[in-house]
Design a protein around this ligand. Structure first.
Ligand code: FAD
Length: 371
């Protein structure tokens, strides 16, 4: 039986962030994914500045720019279909198409000599003996097992982790000649605990909605109302959906020492914006770095502390931010305020320079700079 330094379940951004970093450092991982690449993943693909840096770190310089399917140099905020403000962005925001982006990461890993088992379903994990039995009956061993298998990770069931707060996201990719949208558009006031969007994606525009998931709510109907309200022709367009973690953290310190969760599987996504690519790539890279130490689990938990704090901070603010009163004040405050929205996007969304609990400070700093 071959024993790997790490078996990584899932070849999305979190799994690949870990796998590419491991092979670069001389470790030998084996990645397992149920899908065969290229495969799609429901995701609007907005890449913040902090995410872009990690993408460039993982992909070779020659290929980094190829993964962006679009860029936009302004962000527009809407209250329902009424435009409140169009804010210019000093750094154009990039977008990725997840079929191509995820495939580029997998290609990069393969080009470095990495092992990946695609289309592998029905494998089982023996946590006591550190081995995985594959669907063909063969076995592989591991020193560390990394779960990077998304919001509904198999580790949650296997290791009896309670399912946390999830958001449901729905998307439709509409041919761009039907809409002409070129900016990053965010629509508030259609949903109670989330927002809608329209982002340019090459030949299409990605329309989407994400909201805290509650049973009994017909999110597809709300999404169709939104598209109708904007007058978008979605004839013949498929709707796709997926869950994302929305304000819970898996208590990894309670799991076996050689089990590590990264990305969505760990609960690492922003509970207000829904951004998850940064946390997926960064936590994957951190897991690989931690495996260079004598105590990978504790080293990893120290490294991901800022991510955990961001999720916990956002989870506390989430309910308040989406409450009717605060949304009203927020939408009034941003109306026509290009500078404020640019400052917020460039400092909070792009770089996490301010925690959500420090939004008042952000507002104060912005006002002081513009006195
Ligand atoms: C509607 C929507 C819009 C979003 N928009 C954005 C955005 O604009 N910007 C942003 O930064 N983030 C966005 N996100 C969040 C982002 O998509 C996720 O945070 C990110 O994909 C997480 O990466 P990951 O590698 O942890 O998981 P995933 O990307 O989900 O990858 C998991 C991988 O594991 C594999 N897998 C799953 N189960 C198994 C199994 N049992 N066995 C083997 N393999 C398995 C899957 O095939 C997949 O390849 C959005 C999410 C949604 C739902």
């Amino acid at each position: 039986m071959k024993t790997y330094d790490a078996v990584i379940i899932g070849a999305g951004p979190a799994g690949m962030g870990c796998a590419i970093s491991l092979v670069k450092s001389g470790k030998i991982p084996c990645v397992i994914d149920k899908a065969v690449f290229p495969r799609n993943k429901t995701c609007a693909g907005l890449v913040t500045a902090k995410t872009e840096r990690l993408i460039r770190q993982l992909l070779s310089d020659d290929h980094s720019d190829d993964v962006f399917c679009n860029s936009a140099d302004s962000i527009k905020l809407f209250q329902k279909s009424s435009e409140l403000v169009e804010a210019p962005l000093a750094r154009a925001v990039h977008l990725v198409d997840r079929i191509d982006f995820d495939n580029s990461l997998v290609d990069r890993y393969k080009s470095l000599g990495g092992t990946i088992l695609e289309g592998e379903r029905g494998f089982s994990v023996d946590y006591d003996n550190n081995r995985v039995t594959l669907s063909n009956g063969s076995e592989i061993g591991y020193n560390t097992i990394v779960f990077a298998d998304g919001a509904l990770s198999m580790a949650h069931k296997n290791l009896k982790v309670n399912k946390g707060r999830l958001a449901l996201g729905i998307e439709a990719y509409i041919p761009s000649n039907r809409t002409g949208i070129k900016s990053v558009n965010i629509y508030f006031d259609y949903l109670k605990d989330g927002y809608m969007w329209a982002f340019p994606h090459g030949d299409t525009v990605c329309f989407g909605a994400a909201n805290l998931f509650k049973k009994g709510v017909d999110y597809k109907a709300l999404f169709i109302d939104f598209l109708n309200d904007l007058g978008v022709d979605f004839t013949g367009v498929e709707f796709i959906g997926a869950f994302l973690p929305y304000g819970y953290i898996v208590p990894q310190e309670k799991l076996p020492l050689n089990v590590i969760l990264v990305g969505d599987a760990a609960g690492f996504a922003d509970p207000i914006s829904g951004e998850g690519l940064y946390m997926a790539l960064q936590s994957g890279i951190y897991a690989a770095e931690a495996m260079q130490t004598d105590d990978p689990k504790n080293s990893y938990l120290k490294k991901v502390k800022p991510i955990i704090e961001t999720v916990k901070d956002g989870a506390k603010v989430q309910k308040l931010f989406f409450s009717t009163a605060v949304q009203k004040t927020f939408l009034n405050k941003v109306k026509g305020k290009k500078g404020l929205v640019s400052y917020f996007f460039e400092n909070q969304v792009d770089e996490y320079k301010y925690a959500y609990r420090d939004i008042r400070k952000l507002y104060g700093d912005y006002k002081n700079r513009n006195k």
